[in-house]
Design a protein around this ligand. Sequence first.
Ligand SMILES: Nc1ncnc2c1ncn2[C@@H]1O[C@H](COP(=O)(O)OP(=O)(O)OP(=O)(O)O)[C@@H](O)[C@H]1O
Ligand SMILES: [Mg+2]
Length: 275
Amino acid sequence: MIRFEGVSFGYVKGRESIRDLNFHIEKGEFTALIGANGAGKSTISRLTNGLLHPTAGHVYLNGKDTLTTPSSKLAKDCGFLFQNPDRQICENTVKDELAFSMKVQGWPKDKIEERVKAAMEIFDLKPDWFPFSRSRGERQRIALAGVLACEPELLILDEPTTGLDYLECTRIMDYVTELNREKGITVLMVSHDMELVQSYAKRVLVLNNGVLMGDGPTEDVMKNTPLLKSARVLPAQIPELALRFGDTFRDIYTVDDMFAALAAKNKAEQEGGNV
Ligand SMILES: Nc1ncnc2c1ncn2[C@@H]1O[C@H](COP(=O)(O)OP(=O)(O)OP(=O)(O)O)[C@@H](O)[C@H]1O
Ligand SMILES: [Mg+2]
């Protein structure tokens, strides 16, 4: 689905923001891209959908080289949710906003109407709402609904839950997860929020100063505190706590596991034994 082959990129001549990047994401994966501020996460997102072109190497989206494929063609395969919904929303009503990308892509009118209606139901939106006067969570839902109405094969989410409360965050992420599981949509999610990454992603790419430092199943990467620290990323709370508690807690990763381990330790202490 996404293939980076020896990709380098610099916004400024002589200063590379991405250096010799190689990775491959298969169709149907749910991958998170993590790294400190300025690591190059958004740049990778923009290289993937062809908004930026590599200065060395090649990026392939669904087998198409982004250097030689017009971005309008790439856009059909790749839905992109900006970090800030206000940079995405451009119409004055929800129904026009949801139809916008499909119109640009030349979808037939009846299909557009059908998809807009379905998206409004799924995301609990009203057709005549003025998007800019809605709450942050609603604007994020409007933007995501517009992206998903086009049924992209790949969904790129750049910090999808910034500024959302817990309920809005869960609502949006659960829907994305359902699409990933049920329809096989490939998801690439950029996030600073390790709890979010731990809860939803199956694989994690770790980036530091434009270089890929780690790539593996979420659980392995989240437990690898030295790797996260070297990439200047704060570990999720439970693995970090487990590390502080010492060797006995080494493999603890979830709240449930931590709860069980603490209960077991407590019981053993009460019985006068050691864990
Ligand atoms: N338009 C631009 N012009 C020049 N340099 C840029 C531009 N956009 C990003 N950069 C630089 O490229 C590097 C990578 O930036 P990028 O935005 O991809 O990082 P990021 O990992 O998304 O960071 P953040 O977590 O802050 O969103 C940084 O050094 C940044 O300063
Ligand atoms: Mg960014």
